[in-house]
Design a protein around this ligand. Sequence first.
Ligand code: CMP
Length: 133
Amino acid sequence: IEQTLSIIKPDAVERNLDNEIKEIFKNKGFIILKEKKIQIEKSEAEKFYKVHETKPFYNDLCDYLSSGPIVVMVLQKENAILENRKLMGATNPIDAEEGTIRKKYGISIDKNSVHGSDSSENAQIEIDFFFKD
Ligand code: CMP
């Protein structure tokens, strides 16, 4: 049993898709252990996406994640990290397979509706980032 961090990004929350997306996770057997709807500062987005700091899209990415409310969740399931990545689909919604969240809701590579941890190491780091008390 693994835990992973999921974010419903501003483009999806703005379109009131957060409950619909949460239902998809639940229907696929994920348990939402923790969740909160928040808006973060750009400086926090920069910390969260620090692994991407050398990328050309880093600044826009951090502007975007801090541009409106997001829903952050800890999801639990067997193989949660990989299962969540499969359910999200490819980073660019254009490349995402039928039946994935990004295919269904994603608007662009930036506004791709959801984020999910990409490894168990990052899952722990990302869960602590939002939920460490
Ligand atoms: P996410 O899974 O949240 O991780 C980093 C985000 O950067 C990614 O989703 C995309 O929304 C965004 N992004 C923008 N441009 C690119 C790119 N060229 N390659 C990968 N990710 C990108």
